[in-house]
Design a binder for this molecule. Sequence first.
Ligand SMILES: [Zn+2]
Length: 564
Amino acid sequence: MILKFKFFNFFLIPIFLVNAQSNLIDTSFRSPIGIPLNLSGDFGELRSNHFHTGLDIKTNGKTNYKMYAIQDGFVSRINISHWGYGKAIYVDHPNGYTSVYAHLSRFPEKIEKVIREYQYQKQNESVTLLLDSSKIPVAKSEVIAYSGNTGSSSGPHLHFEIRETKSEKPVNPLLFNFEVPDHRSPLIRNIKFYPLDGTTINNKCQPSSFKAIKNNGVFILDQVSKITFSGPFGVGVDVVDYFDNSSNKCGVYSIKMYLDNQLKFSQKMDKLDFSTNRDINIHKDYIEYHNKRRHFHKSFIHYNNKLEIYDTTLGNGVVHINDSNEHEIKYVIKDFAGNKSVAKVKVILNQNNQICSAVTSKEWLKEDAENTIQKEGFKISLPSNALYDSVAFNFQWKNEKTLKIMNKNIPLREKFILSMKLGTQMDSLFDKAFIAEINSKNRVINRKGEYKEGWVSSQIKSFGNYQLMVDTKPPIIQQLYFSKEEAVSKKLTFKITDNLSGLQHYNVWIDDVWVLSNYSFRNNRLIVPFDKYCPINNGTHSCRVEAIDERNNISELKFEFTKK
Ligand SMILES: [Zn+2]
C-alpha cells in the first residue's frame, strides 16, 4: 500500500519528491483539509514572544470547511476558549504524534455532545476537556471539526500543529510530507552587524543594519563594499520566505553562517519547545521586530538562550578575527522545499582606539540575581533570570497616576511582580482595584491584581506603562432583537459590555435551569441558540442573565419570553 502510494506520487508530482527533504518523519498522514494547502504562516516564523508552532492554512476567507483526522487515533483534548487557540481539538495517533486543529467553529454531533456535557457539568462555556482513548476514537479521514475564526485569530484559517504526544513538543508539520508548492527562494532584506565587548562596527558603537540586494544571484550589501570591525562581533539576517502564489511573509527553514567557508553557525526549524519558546526574544532582534517588523535572526547565541534550534557543537556564532586580512561572511538560507538564497559580505579589521563605554547607572536590575526595588508609590520584584541581561533601572511617573517602568524594548524571560500603592482615600475599594497596562494605543489592558496591606500586586510580563484603576461598575446587559410582545423562536440574543476590568463570567438560566450560552468578545454578543442541543418547548418561560466583571461587579437581567 505504501509502495503504491509513492509510485502514484512519483507520476503526478515529481517536483515534490525532488525537493522534499530527506528527513521526513512519516508519510502516512493525510491533509487535515480537503482543499489545496495554501499557507499564511509556517512553522518557526517569528511572532511576538514565540516562534509559530504550526502551519496557518488558508480557508479562502471562509469558515466551516471540514477538518479531517489525518490518521486513525482518538480525541485526547478539546479546548474551548475566547483567546489563544479558540475552539481546538487534539487527536493522538498510534505513531506517537498528536495533531492539533485550532480556531475552529464547531464539531460534529458525536464530539459536540461530549463537550457540551462537560460544559453543562462545569456551567461554563470555556473549558478544557482531557479524554482517554475509549471516549472518542476517530478513523483516518473522519470529519472531526469545522474550520473557523475563534480565539486569537485575525481571519478565518486553520492553525494546524503536530506535536510529539509524550513531550508535547511541536514538530514542523512539513516533515510529514504535506504538499505545499514552493519554488521561491528566501528573501534576504537586511544584514546587521553587532559589535560586542565594547568594540565598533564601521567605527560605531551601536549595531548597524545594511540593506541587502540581489546581484548575479547572490545577495550583497547595497552601496557598501565591506564592513569594518574593531573586535568580536555577531551577525544577524532579516529574512522572510514566500510560498507560491502567496503574499504572506513566512519563515525560513534553515540558516547557516560561514566565515571564509567555514561553518560558524547553524539553525534549523524541525522542532520547538513551549517551555523555551519565549527565548525567541533573545534570538530575534527584539527592537527591530517590535518597532519595525523586521525579521532579524541573530546568528550568535546568547548564553541565556535555551532554544534547541541550533547546532551548538559549532560554538556560539560570535566572530573573532585577529589578522588584518579581508574575510568573507556568507549566509546560506533555505526554505523547507530546499530553495536557497546566499548572501556574502566582506569584512576587515579596523584597529581603532575608540572605546565604547558601557551604560552607567546607580541602580541595576541584575540578570542572575533576585531584584527588589521600592520607590514612592510602587515596588517591583524580579526573580533571578527574569532578564536576559543586566540593565540599568529606571522609571518615571508620567503623571500622578501613570508609571513608566523601564523600557518596553527590553525583553523579559519571566514575569515580575509589580505592586502599586493604593491611596488611603481608596482603601475601602481595595477589592475593586487592579493594575492596568496602558498600551501604545492608549488602550487599557487589565493585568489584574491582589490586594494586601495597602498594595495591589500582579504578575507582569513586559515593561511599559502601568496605572492603578478602580472598577465599581457592573457590566451592562441589553436584550437585542426582542421585545416582550414579540415571540422568540430560534435564539435569545444579548449585548454585554463592561467599562473597565472586562467581562469575566456570564450565565443564563431558563426556568431556573442553567443553559449554555456563547459569548463573543468581537461583537459583545451573548447568544442562546434554541437548537437540537438546547430544545425549549413552545410557551412562556422565565429567563435570568447574569454578567460578572473581573473585579466581581455583578449585574442581572430577568424577564419572561414566549417561544413559538
Ligand atoms: Zn497559527
